[in-house]
Write a protein that binds this ligand. Structure first.
Ligand code: BG6
Ligand code: MG
Length: 214
């Protein structure tokens, strides 16, 4: 193992409450039922695929592709406004120190996120320079559970997929890592997923898995 590829939402920062608020506002305006449980199904899923999940409960006239794109855009505007409130204190000391130590141990670090807002979030929390490579929603055509986002991250690092450990909180993310023939550490909900190779209870536990390379 020579590198770690981190998911963003649910691993490094916790933006699902903002996703929830933004989708909820959009759903309420359209008279669509939406709750936290449905929101859980959106983890790791792209914006347009998330919209389709929400629209499963929509009972109005059929929507055109353009109307769907407008709805996704509207949700994103609300979401970006909520992201504006993020600061470096939204990343725990444990996350920052663990990443620093992993680097000291000789590992490359990459981001593998489905979000098109990933770089904006990294800026808000002062982590823009923390990664050797960034693969996000802007460079993929298929979202998790497809492995594309992680395979791109490995490619940007110039490393074979088999030398990368993916760190994920979502089932879809663990499935994506396994589909890409990568090792997967699961945190949060993914800690108890049977496809997870390394269940971790807290971020710092990564130091038990990633021993010094030099
Ligand atoms: C993922 C989130 O990181 O990004 C998903 O877990 C979200 O819930 C996806 O739908 C896409 O995000 P964005 O920022 O491109 O709308
Ligand atoms: Mg996640």
């Amino acid at each position: 193992m020579k590198a770690l590829i981190f998911d963003l939402d649910g691993v490094i920062v916790f933006t699902d409450k903002f996703h929830y608020q933004a989708w909820k506002q959009m759903a309420d305006e359209m008279g669509i039922y939406f709750d936290e449980q449905i929101n859980n199904r959106l983890r790791g899923v792209s914006r347009m695929d998330s919209l389709e999940i929400i629209l499963e409960r929509y009972e109005g006239a059929p929507l055109s592709q353009q109307q769907k794109e407008n709805l996704a855009e509207k949700k994103n505007e609300i979401y970006r406004n909520l992201l504006q409130t993020m600061t470096p204190s939204d990343v725990s000391d444990e996350v920052r120190e663990t990443m620093k130590e992993l680097r000291m141990r000789g590992y490359k670090l990459a981001l593998g996120s489905s979000s098109k807002n990933a770089k904006f979030i990294l800026e808000k929390v002062a982590l823009s320079d923390a990664f050797d490579a960034i693969s996000d929603g802007t460079n993929i055509t298929k979202s998790k559970p497809d492995p594309e986002v992680f395979l791109k991250a490995a490619e940007y690092l110039n490393l074979p997929a088999g030398e990368c450990l993916v760190v994920e909180d979502a089932y879809a993310g663990i499935d994506a890592a396994k589909a890409g023939m990568m090792l997967a550490a699961g945190i949060g909900e993914a800690e108890n997923y049977d496809k997870t190779d390394y269940p971790i209870h807290s971020f710092g536990d990564l130091l038990k898995i990633a021993k010094p390379l030099r």
